[in-house]
Design a protein around this ligand. Structure first.
Ligand SMILES: [Zn+2]
Length: 87
């Protein structure tokens, strides 16, 4: 993933392929620019397009986390969701 981070679309469908997004909590890594170290965040509320592997995050949250210029380099559904579901 090399595109700037996308904010969550209002209709919860992917702006690239139109697929329904999967809303969940994600563990994700973001890179601010080529020189910056990756920053890892856990259990971010977001929505993933599975065909595109594109993570969408709420615009307000992007601002809170300081990720306005960041690119998502890695995202995986958070284990904490699975643990919460099993409990
Ligand atoms: Zn898509």
């Amino acid at each position: 993933m090399t595109e700037p981070l996308n904010d969550l679309p209002a209709d919860e469908s992917c702006r690239y392929c139109g697929s329904r997004l999967l809303p969940s909590l994600y563990d994700a890594a973001f890179r601010g620019d080529a020189a910056a170290e990756e920053r890892l965040f856990f259990a971010i509320p977001g929505a993933l397009c599975i065909p595109c592997r594109q993570l969408y995050v709420d615009r307000q949250l992007i601002g809170i986390l300081g990720l306005n210029e960041a690119q998502c380099t890695f995202a995986i559904q958070s284990d904490s969701v699975l643990r919460a579901g099993a409990a």
